[in-house]
Design a protein around this ligand. Structure first.
Ligand code: ADP
Ligand code: MG
Length: 672
């Protein structure tokens, strides 16, 4: 990375925070949308539209302060119209505009007030320049403009002749562009058509490379021939089940059987356990891990966050209290001395079951006899992270768990022919979650519901989505909600704020306080989505709910209603179109996760930029596995066909693909 002029150690580190570690990463770091910088004629502008206007600054620019916000105001004479321009919280822009000079401003148009909320001041000479400007996902370490310059520099140096992984025959057949054309078209399109064509090729490339990784993983599994036969003790497993404080549901019994039968077979298990939030996957994991232990194997459970690891650890320790099972916890914050001891005990076999985060797939972790590896919330992990865990020790059987009920066809494509077990039934006696939808001007009702919950000794979540392209604005939104909540709650409880820019330790501390009941209302961006169990929380208020996909709303909703008290999910949204209205109504009327997943598929078209993370499917950067399902499907078939035809990819035209896969194996995964 540092071979690029302008990139030193420090900048390389900043780029790494965006997962950009090589020139290749940089070139393939694509905009998620484009701003149309073509100067717009105001008579055709629509209310709410983002556009560029050009005119003469017609008043002295003034910065005013309003509490914590500042606002830069000036008038812009555009033909015969006077447009009122405001920039929020960017007082320094004042020096960039001067009364009597020309200015081109990109912003959001308010047709009624003839006002523009400015987002950017453009170089006034926009004529002749390309009309589409890519907007990149960035964070506080890397600026939009810096990133653009670096991408330009990288492209000018290396862009013309990039190796292309998708084999030539496939490209010809599906009319796909090579990598150089993709990179040009995505970053510097001369026309919307070029951008569109490049995106289509980029999506296929991304899916195809993903499916090839799956195929490589699969053929590695197959060639390793035999997996493990795990002859667990039937009676012992039954004894454990008997000590549970509840009876297993029929669905839980069925999947425990499916998994156990599969483990006993000498073939390698590669199984997906799907079950709605709250369907009780953890106890299934515990039972089958115990089964492995009765056959003298070790078992590992990998989860995406420390909070979740600790929660599972606490539950399992309790569950196994009267059994000869030694359970250990291994996370990033395990103290060094303890970690060393744990490493030693895992290697000697003294520990039977280990629960942990990414810490489990570090090179220092070795097992005496790992027989079963379980990955909870599996979509949070990459293919290679799964692979690394699986390569620990003896090629353990693998169970991947997910709370997202994915339509079966899509699951097969996305997870590469794993066997699927489904828990399609919730434990009896669950209190139903009532879902209501409020308009933003009814927000007081949401406050009232939260206060009622607090009065009854319960807790509440208030969730705000990630909606802006800048983390700064998202943080502002979250902070605003935090303030509103503090105001609404007053001295009737304490409110905490949790957001993605906090350090893991900080997040954990806040989650702990909430789980322990030390705070009553948790205002959060979507970090809480992952399996946290706080049974005392009974209200989930989701702001700007129309910004979420149904699957994600459903996951969030599943965070409440885990205890004995009735729970409520409150959606607060003013959807902008009919689809949004339908979504809200669907959430109110449907509690079945599978049904929602299918509705989600039906409702969502392509090009939904907020859609990528919603489905619980593996995360892609360009493609949307739901919206671009057809492309994913073709990519899967072609990857499978390719590996059948040439399993080692020995033909010369596959060299770039082979190199890509080798590189992924070496560098990804541990770093991810
Ligand atoms: P998820 O599938 O979302 O991971 P969990 O495993 O966290 O769900 O289970 C949710 C809650 O339901 C936990 O508190 C768990 O103890 C409880 N639970 C699991 N199975 C049953 C059951 N058969 N009957 C009653 N409660 C159960
Ligand atoms: Mg869970």
């Amino acid at each position: 990375m540092t071979s690029l002029p302008g990139v030193g150690e420090k900048r390389a580190e900043a780029l790494a925070s965006l997962d950009i570690r090589t020139i290749g990463d940089l070139l393939f770091y694509f905009p998620f949308r484009y701003d149309d910088l073509q100067v717009k004629d105001l008579s055709t502008a629509l209310d709410g539209e983002k556009l560029t206007v050009k005119g003469v600054v017609a008043s002295v620019p003034v910065v005013g302060r309003y509490g914590r916000t500042s606002r830069l105001n000036f008038n812009l004479q555009v033909d015969r119209d006077v447009v009122r321009v405001s920039f929020f919280n960017q007082p320094w822009l004042k020096d960039k505009v001067e009364q009597g000079t020309e200015a081109a401003i990109y912003g959001k148009w308010d047709a009624n007030r003839k006002a523009l909320t400015g987002m950017k001041i453009l170089a006034t000479q926009t004529d002749g320049a390309p009309s589409l400007a890519g907007i990149y996902p960035v964070n506080k370490h890397v600026r939009q403009s810096t990133l653009k310059e670096l991408i330009r520099a990288a492209y000018d140096r290396d862009g013309a002749d990039l190796p292309t992984e998708v084999p030539p025959a496939l490209r010809a057949h599906y009319r796909l562009e090579d990598n150089s054309a993709i990179v040009h078209g995505m970053h510097f399109p001369d026309s919307p058509q070029e951008a569109k064509a490049a995106r289509r090729s980029a999506i296929f490339r991304e899916f195809f490379l993903f499916e090839c990784q799956i195929q490589a993983l699969k053929s590695a599994n197959d060639t390793a021939a035999n997996g493990l036969a795990i002859p667990y003790g039937n009676a012992k497993v039954r004894a454990l089940i008997q000590t549970l404080p509840f009876a297993l549901t029929n669905a839980q019994k069925r999947v425990v059987n499916e998994i156990c039968v599969d483990m006993r077979r000498p073939t390698h298990m590669n199984r997906l356990l799907q079950g709605d939030v709250g369907s009780g996957k953890t106890v299934v994991a515990a039972i089958v891990m115990y089964a492995a232990v009765t056959a003298r194997y070790q078992a590992a459970l990998m989860v995406p966050t420390e909070v979740l690891a600790e929660q599972h650890y606490a539950k399992l320790t309790k569950l196994f209290a009267d059994f000869p099972v030694r359970v250990a916890l291994l996370t990033g914050s395990t103290p060094a001395a303890e970690r060393k001891a744990t490493y030693a005990d895992l290697a000697s076999g003294a520990i039977d079951i280990v629960i942990g985060t990414h810490a489990l797939i570090q090179p220092d972790v070795n097992f005496a006899a790992l027989g079963l590896a379980i990955i909870d919330e599996q979509h949070r992990f990459g293919v290679n992270q799964r692979r690394i865990l699986q390569e620990k020790g003896l090629k353990p059987d693998l169970l991947a768990m997910t709370a997202t009920p994915i339509p079966r066809t899509l699951a097969i494509t996305a997870y590469g022919e794993m066997d699927v077990s489904s828990i399609d039934e919730l434990p009896a006696g669950r209190q139903p979650i009532t879902t209501i939808w409020l308009r933003k001007n009814q927000v007081r009702q949401a406050h009232a519901a939260i206060l009622a919950a607090l009065a009854a000794g319960h807790q509440a979540f208030a969730i705000t989505p990630l909606i802006a392209e800048s983390e700064k604005i998202d943080l502002q939104n979250a902070e605003q909600l935090y303030e509103d909540m503090q105001h609404a709650v007053g001295d009737r409880g304490s409110v905490a704020l949790l957001h993605g820019q906090m350090k893991p330790a900080e997040k954990d501390a806040i989650m702990h306080d909430f789980a322990a009941g030390r705070t009553q209302v948790l205002v959060s961006t979507t970090v809480v989505e992952v399996g946290v169990d706080v049974p005392n929380a009974t209200v989930m208020a989701i702001f700007d709910a129309d910004r979420f996909g149904l699957a994600q709303l459903h996951q969030l909703r599943g965070r409440v209603g885990r205890g004995n008290a009735a729970a409520q999910c409150i959606l607060i949204a003013d959807p902008k179109n009919d689809t949004g209205v339908t979504r809200m109504q669907t959430m109110v009327t449907t509690t079945d996760g599978f049904k929602l997943a299918e509705e989600d598929l039906a409702l969502r078209g392509s090009g939904d930029i907020f859609g990528q993370k919603q489905s619980g499917l593996p995360e892609f950067r360009v493609g949307d596995p739901v919206g671009d399902y057809a492309s994913l499907n073709v990519a899967q078939q072609e990857a499978a066909r390719l590996f059948k035809q040439d399993p080692t990819l020995s033909a010369p035209e596959f060299a770039p693909l082979r190199a890509y896969l080798a590189r992924q194996q070496q560098t990804r995964g541990v770093l991810d």
